[in-house]
Design a protein around this ligand. Sequence first.
Ligand code: ZN
Length: 379
Amino acid sequence: MTNSHQESARWREGSECDSSSSPPNRRHFLKQFAAASAGTYLAGLASSTSTNLLRAAEPTQFPRAQIAITLDLEMARNFPRWEDTHWDYEKGNLNEPAKRYTVDACRRVKSKGGRIHTFVVGRVFEQENVDWLKEVAAEGHPIGNHTYDHVNMVATAKDQIQYRFKRAPWLIAEQNIADILRENVRLANFAIQERLGVSANGFRTPGGFATGLLGREDVQQMLMELGFSWISCRYPSHPGVSDLQGRPERPQQAAFDGILASMPDAQPFRYESGLWEIPMSPISDIGAFRNGRWQLEYFLEAIQLSFNWAVEHRGVFDFLAHPSCLGVMDPQMKAIDLICNLVEQSSGKAELVTLDTIATRSAELAATTGASQPPEANR
Ligand SMILES: [Zn+2]
């Protein structure tokens, strides 16, 4: 894999993505937060990755920890075999194991009283048979929009949009970047409605961004115009993960410390535009199994840490995985079982919820408690 490939792959899977590879300079970061300071902050959202200056003084808490299990339905490079890279060009061409894992995981979580929030790439709907996903939707698991081609929503050049369009640039030659992105989101909405008979429930950006969509009011506005009141876009950076290359050793402690330290940054907040952000919580399956090439037991250890943080702070743990990756690394669904069991054993201190519920409750909390605690640095 060349460096340029690694770079351009960074934003792809909602997580491996972290913008920590190219952190915005501090002045730019503060400016972005100043722009958002009129927004609502919950549970100490706004700590920067490199400084503690930006943290709400009095975090707002939920009555109990909000635990979400989310699955992004797309194929992922390096899985099932490390040398697999062609998925970059056919993100939506889900294979049978990924579909089966999705259905089985949804059944399992529902049997525990929860639902899985899925985010699907629109090209999935070009497949002949989508009965498996119809079942998932009919069982009450929300189906969110993950764009049609898994495009980079903050692209500033056409060759940053997606591998498919880099190889076949004529597909987008006539349009400007904003129109290409808008159309890609709109088509996925349309495909979900057409083939499943339901409306898209929320939007998740392909890749995640350490500062979310701060500074991209144009994209926020576009998503609101396309019908979304909340998105899941922020994936806080969490330093300390190094590539173990599959060695069966424990990741260094700094990796776990980094994950735990990122949890306050993974809490819901409202952009100044009014759009709500429900961040993904580190560490994702891609982060652990591709970037770190960890053994499963350490991924489970990280889940336990994040869960404990959410209970202790009555915050959100938004677990993110991909059936195309997790299904390979965790065929017995130990991660999903662990989360369900932890909720069950929490004596009511945690509950399984979907992201739309978290968004609704965040807005209600903000309205009733006046939770608009701007970060100290902006007062
Ligand atoms: Zn994705």
